[in-house]
Design a binder for this molecule. Structure first.
Ligand SMILES: [Fe+2]
Ligand SMILES: [Fe+2]
Length: 160
């Protein structure tokens, strides 16, 4: 499976996968969140899986690195053969990585469901860095519902 090939490459190229805040444990949760949304909203689940492991892999630090999304997109383009995706799917993956930090839902009604699942899957894991996910900064109905539910039950990341 090419996801394994991608992970092998990422682990070879950088130590970021070991990061607590932005490494593989975060990527696993992003995949879980994004698949949960994607199954419901009709996202392309293959793209979602690649996004989870790719989107933060080119971070250069844990704090302020606004270009890490575009850097991940550039990494993907350099390693195109690692992705078992059509050119149309690959373009969407590149867009998902490139835009994942700065995209805002304002005026984005009808956003592609795959982008919505990817970006919400990432943002729903903000609790790991002490930020409560804001439903107004999420893109999918499923992501918003999940964030509101977590607020209602007093979900505390520290408990897990
Ligand atoms: Fe990121
Ligand atoms: Fe992330």
């Amino acid at each position: 499976m090419s996801l394994i090939r991608l992970l092998r490459q990422i682990k070879n190229d950088s130590d970021m996968w070991q990061s607590e805040a932005h490494g593989i444990t975060h990527w696993d949760r992003v995949m879980e969140n994004a698949l949960m949304i994607g199954i419901e909203n009709g996202a392309d689940l293959k793209i979602v899986e690649y996004f989870a492991y790719l989107h933060d892999c080119c971070r250069e630090n844990e704090w302020d690195d606004p270009q890490h999304g575009p850097r991940a997109a550039a990494f993907a383009k350099r390693k195109r053969d690692l992705f078992d995706l059509s050119d149309t799917q690959f373009k969407l993956l590149v867009r998902a990585c490139s835009g994942h930090t700065h995209a805002h839902p304002n005026g984005r009604a009808g956003l592609d469901p795959t982008l919505a699942a990817c970006w919400d899957g990432d943002r729903l894991d903000l609790g790991r860095v002490g930020i409560t996910p804001d439903p107004n900064r999420l893109f999918s109905d499923q992501g918003k519902e999940y964030a509101i539910y977590n607020q209602a039950i007093g979900f505390n990341y520290e408990d897990f």
